[in-house]
Design a protein around this ligand. Structure first.
Ligand SMILES: Cc1cc2nc3c(=O)[nH]c(=O)nc-3n(C[C@H](O)[C@H](O)[C@H](O)COP(=O)(O)O)c2cc1C
Length: 247
């Protein structure tokens, strides 16, 4: 998967990521070269353009399809938008209508209802979820279930999430090691607990812990304590409201 979507300054300054969206001839050369060089399917992730005055997505999509790219994922923002404002889906719809390869719609999809709406508005073949999956990786099955049945899955069982957190943290520590692991795991744990009863107080205490063993124990007992509210996760109503508003 080739990334022509990253808006980060140091990436764009090196003519990588979304900076390429300003240079269609270079995009064509890169895509041609990569497709020819490898024997796995090559896909492209990109934004709608460099800025709103220069939305190149449609031309880039045609170039990509011509080069033999096998799937496109389009984030409905320009590079200049960064992550501000709302993603727009008209450009994604136009790209979907212009090519025959699968198109994945991306940007601000936070609920099953929003996923359905974006699929309807764009005609896209699939949706990609980014930030909404942070601390809620089961959102993908929630969306899948809703699209298939029109009904919402119940919240996940506390026991399942407790186990999942344990596995996530173990893998995280194995990758980052003790010192970095405990520090970089904090934001992930914060995402998992932010919608839960006592989550904010727990996050603040947990941030003070300096070892992976203490962090792992604290997270495990936090989830154990959630069992006193029920067998399944209880999202706080205020957060449910925010999520609905975001949709
Ligand atoms: C912290 C962070 C890191 C990201 N890293 C990548 C990346 O490495 N490759 C990529 O194609 N997109 C990356 N993205 C962009 C996301 O894939 C996605 O396009 C964007 O977040 C919009 O989707 P969302 O509203 O569902 O989050 C990143 C986004 C964030 C917030």
């Amino acid at each position: 998967d080739i990334n022509m979507g990253c808006p980060v300054k140091k990436v764009c300054n090196a003519w990588c990521g979304s900076a390429l969206l300003q240079h269609e001839d270079l995009v064509e050369k890169i895509l041609d070269a990569v497709v020819r060089a490898v024997d796995v399917p090559v896909t492209l992730k990109f934004r709608t353009g460099w800025n709103r005055e220069n939305k190149t997505a449609l031309r880039i999509a045609r170039i990509a399809a011509q080069a033999g790219i096998q799937m496109l994922t389009l984030h409905g923002r320009t590079r200049a938008d960064g992550y501000s404002g709302q993603a727009e889906y008209k450009t994604i719809a136009a790209v979907k209508a212009a090519v025959t390869i699968p198109v994945v719609a991306n940007g601000d999809i936070t609920t099953p209802e929003k996923a359905r709406l974006v699929l309807q508005q764009t005609g896209a073949d699939a949706v990609m979820i980014g930030r909404a999956a942070q601390g809620r990786p089961w959102i993908c099955r929630e969306i899948d279930h809703f699209l298939r049945t029109g009904e919402h899955l119940p919240a996940p069982r506390v026991a399942e999430v407790r186990q999942l957190m344990d596995e996530h943290l173990q893998a995280h520590y194995a990758f980052y090691g003790e010192f970095l692991g405990v520090r970089t795991a904090r934001k992930h744990i914060g995402w998992y607990v932010r919608e839960l009863e006592g989550g904010e107080a727990f996050r603040q205490q947990m941030n003070l812990l300096e070892s992976t063993a203490a962090q792992l124990r604290a997270v495990d007992s936090f989830f154990e304590s959630q069992l006193s509210f029920g067998e399944r996760l209880q999202y706080r109503p205020a957060v449910e409201k925010e999520v609905a508003l975001a949709a």
